[in-house]
Design a protein around this ligand. Structure first.
Ligand code: ARG
Length: 836
């Protein structure tokens, strides 16, 4: 399982306020006083009139104030900026605001700013003064804050004037000599109002990292307490000249909404938007490293929290790296038939203001194919005004590109230039290059219109493997395929399966049914065994007609007494909806043996927290997949876990051993071991697309339930798990993409993601038999080895098997949710095969 969410959250205390219970009641009125009194009289009328006149005067006064004087109300506006002084040399004393040297230079800077603002009348009028906040090397950079008292309505004009002035000073590549300072660069930006701290806790730290030493910064209270509300904390970080700083978070867990709590990292000593490298909130796992590198020897970290939220916080190490260190180097000459290259600090954030150039040369006569397995280069907009990758003279690449984005070059040489600007860094890219024959760009493969090459066997197989569907166009469908009216070919076994696979439903026309199947009135086929079982399996009730009981059309549950229930999730909700308790029978599922009462400090699950979780091992070897217990004899897992490969007969029951009640992999001797009697993969499982990725396993001997061995409830076929709902995934899978499995059972919370959105994110590979869940910002997901395990959904105090871990694009990548088998779709099949 990739990084976790569930475990580390501090459980906030009860939301009930300690209301003051000592309420004093007013004494009961004396009844007599309530008796009718005489009318108001003349004095009363006069008093009334006087009050009325006073109220009118007040209203008029307020109106006059609003329209006439209010424009004189002034707003405090703070700009923050830096100035590069070229005729001064940095001395250590400039780091100490108390030194005479610091004060002296600060005074000169203030004079300089005053004279600069005097050039714009809009500014000189409202200028209140400046404070120098720090100096750093280069020759000397002064960081300052300038304050203006701006009349209401003038804010935009002042903003414009500041921008104009800044532009004039920084774009004219000229040295400006005004007074004693010569300076050649000015940058200014308005201070984000969220950094004006109304905060109760306001802390400012300055730290200088010396060679090789690592300093640590952490949120207040970390790791013993959740961070404090209403805080503003900033760390001004410095290194020695000739170095850059590296900030590495080993823990990062904030509230998920960045407009409440956030950490910002600046490539500057002051909070200027122009140098904002990143704003972060939410959770980042240590296995998904969050590290930042500055472009010079300074960095600023700010941490802002609002009035609520109860999260652990963060801790980060700060080290300095010599600017010429090979760790920071990038670019160079690459040659040969293939190779790779990546952005600096990949897979963590690249530094700002960096340029790397790779000159690639392959043998003469060959052309070059560049592939980017990962590509995240700041925000993408059409012509990439910020960070970008420029390949020869093609249009630049930026933003997030799909995995394995490909660029072909019709030459044996190409230059690839990566350039980051001064703000908003990202995780960068990994790239590879290889050669191809100009006359044969896709040797032995099919070339898509978008230049991708796909295996010839993928052509006309019913799946969009190219990404632009060109592999599915102009298809002559062979006999094993359905010819859809819209020109696509789809595998024959999808015909009449009740799912519109063609897109135009032609695969569901004129459907007869196989032997052992019953044809519903809506042409769907369901197993004969489901006829008259009291459930609306056909969805139109036709499988329950003529059974001597009421047909439960459009209902969610058919009671044993024939009553039909329409409320959502009526089963095992503690209420006797049927009147004969048939909706409440067999409800010994989905309950944790005991609930964890303590604050969970890590990402490990508690013992007994997922008593339905099973670890499937290849006999005498190791964990391979997960599974869930649905009865004392049956497990549910993923069909892809039980597919033979050339080396291992995964489809054979004899290959496996199942561990139930296991917590730590190395404690398997204490767990309950079972062998398998049979494995039933779903007959429509598609190994190319992972459609219908579900399988059943029958144990050789039934198990006895205990504190750590329990069943999970199965959802009914009509259950829906709404988008945005939180679900829990668990398993011993890898804790990072490409990493090793976990020793202790892991858990994480993810959210259900809308199917249409997910289908777009996953390149059109999502079917109705799949459910997507994840955290789109990345960092939390299932991963290799979690397959077959449960996605558990809590409702009515019980856990239901909403999904089975199936597949994903890498693990925990941004905008790549995890894909789970949609269990409600298989409820009837499970019942048919297992009786559960
Ligand atoms: N297929 C993987 C397995 O065998 C599980 C993949 C889940 N991946 C994901 N990113 N959610 O373990």
């Amino acid at each position: 399982m990739d990084p976790m969410d569930g475990g580390m959250r501090y459980t906030p205390g009860s939301s009930d306020k300690d209301w003051d219970t000592a309420v004093t009641f007013l004494p009961a009125s004396d009844n007599k006083k309530l008796e009718k009194k005489r009318g108001p009289g003349r004095v009363g009328i006069i008093v009334g009139l006087v009050i009325l006149a006073a109220v009118l005067a007040l209203i008029i006064g307020l109106l006059v104030w609003h329209f006439h004087f209010r424009k004189d109300l002034k707003l405090q506006k703070i700009y923050i900026g830096s100035l590069r002084i070229t005729n001064e040399v940095f001395v250590d004393a400039y780091e100490n605001p108390e030194s005479a040297e610091y004060k002296n230079l600060a005074d000169k800077v203030k004079d300089q700013l005053k004279s600069m603002y005097s050039e714009a009348p809009e500014l000189s009028k409202y200028y209140m003064g400046s404070k120098v906040q720090a100096f750093s090397e280069g020759s000397v950079i002064a960081y300052y804050e300038s304050e203006f008292a701006v009349p209401m309505g003038q804010e935009a004009a002042v903003d414009r004037a500041v921008n104009r002035l800044t532009e004039a000073y920084s774009s004219k590549i000229r040295r400006v000599q005004q007074g004693p300072l010569v300076f050649d660069h000015v940058a200014t930006s308005a201070l984000d109002t969220r950094l004006f701290s109304k905060a109760r806790t306001n802390l400012r730290f300055a730290q200088h990292t010396r060679s090789s030493a690592e300093e640590t910064i952490k949120s207040p209270g970390f790791p013993d307490q959740p961070y404090t509300p209403n805080s503003f904390v900033q760390w001004q970080l410095r290194g020695d000249p000739g170095h850059v700083l590296k900030l590495s978070f080993d823990t990062f867990y904030l509230e998920n909404n960045c407009s409440n709590d956030f950490v910002r990292v600046y490539d500057s000593l002051v909070a200027m938007d122009e140098h904002l490298m990143a704003e972060k909130c939410g959770f980042y796992s240590p296995s998904n490293p969050l590290t930042f590198i500055s472009s010079s020897n300074v960095m600023l970290v700010t941490f802002v929290t609002n009035d609520n939220g109860n999260f652990p916080g963060f801790r980060a190490g700060v080290t300095q790296i010599p600017r010429d260190s090979p760790d920071l180097a990038c670019g160079g000459k690459l040659s040969g038939g293939f190779g790779n290259f990546n952005s600096p600090n990949f897979p963590s954030y690249y530094p700002p203001r960096k340029t790397c150039q790779w000159d690639i040369e392959v043998p003469t006569g060959k052309f070059i194919k560049l592939k980017f397995p990962k590509f995240m280069v700041s925000t993408g907009s059409p012509n990439c005004p910020g960070d970008r990758v420029q390949i020869a003279d093609k249009s630049p690449l930026c933003g997030q590109q799909p995995a394995n984005t490909m660029v072909t070059v019709s030459s044996n040489q190409v230059s690839v230039v990566f350039k980051s600007d001064s703000s908003q860094v990202d995780r960068g890219f990994s790239g590879t290059f290889e050669t191809f024959e100009p006359s044969d760009p896709c040797p032995d493969q099919f070339q898509c219109d978008n230049k991708r090459c796909v295996k010839p066997s993928l052509r006309c197989d019913g799946w969009n493997d190219c990404g632009d569907s060109t592999d599915e166009k102009n298809c002559q469908c062979d006999v094993s395929m359905i010819q859809c009216k819209n020109g696509f070919c789809k595998p024959m076994f999808w015909r009449c399966d009740g799912v519109n696979d063609c897109g135009d439903n032609t695969d569901e026309f004129n459907c007869g049914c196989k032997t052992g199947e019953f044809k519903c009135k809506n042409d769907q086929c369901v197993s004969e065994k489901l006829k008259c079982d009291g459930k609306n399996d056909c969805k139109d009730g036709s499988d329950e007609e003529g059974c001597g009981r009421e047909i439960c059309k459009a209902s969610t549950f058919a009671c044993s007494n024939g009553k039909c229930i329409t409320k959502q999730n009526p089963v095992c909700d503690g209420q006797d909806d049927c009147g004969d308790k048939s909706d409440e029978s067999n409800c010994d599922c989905g309950k944790k043996a005991f609930s964890a009462s303590r604050i969970v400090g890590g990402q490990d699950a508690d013992v007994g927290e997922f008593p339905w979780q099973v670890s499937l091992h290849i006999k005498n070897t190791a964990h391979v997949c997960g599974a869930s217990i649905i009865s004392d004899r049956w497990l549910v897992t993923a069909a892809h876990c039980v597919q033979d490969d050339p080396k291992i007969k995964y489809a054979q029951p004899g290959t496996w051993e199942a561990y139930l009640g296991l917590h730590k992999q190395k404690e398997k001797l204490q767990a309950t071991k079972r062998f398998l009697k049979q494995i039933i993969p779903h007959p429509y499982y598609n190994p190319y697309t992972y459609d219908n990725d579900i399988a059943l396993m029958e144990l050789d001997l039934p198990v006895t339930f205990s504190r750590t061995i329990q069943t999970i409830c199965l959802p009914t076929s009509t259950d829906v798990f709404p988008t945005g709902e939180s679900v829990t995934i668990s398993g011993w899978g890898a804790t990072r993409e490409g990493g090793a499995g976990a020793a202790v059972l892991q858990k994480a919370n993810v959210r259900i993601i809308n199917g249409t959105v997910c289908n777009e994110l996953m390149g059109g590979q999502i079917t109705s038999r799949m459910t997507c869940a994840g955290v789109l910002s990345g960092g939390v997901d299932a991963c290799q080895g979690d397959s077959g395990g449960p996605m558990s959904y809590l409702t009515n105090g019980r856990m239901y098997l909403a999904g089975v871990v199936s597949w994903g694009d890498g693990c925990a990548r941004r905008n790549k949710p995890g894909i789970y088998t949609n269990v409600p779709k298989f409820r009837a099949w499970i019942k048919e095969k297992t009786g559960v």
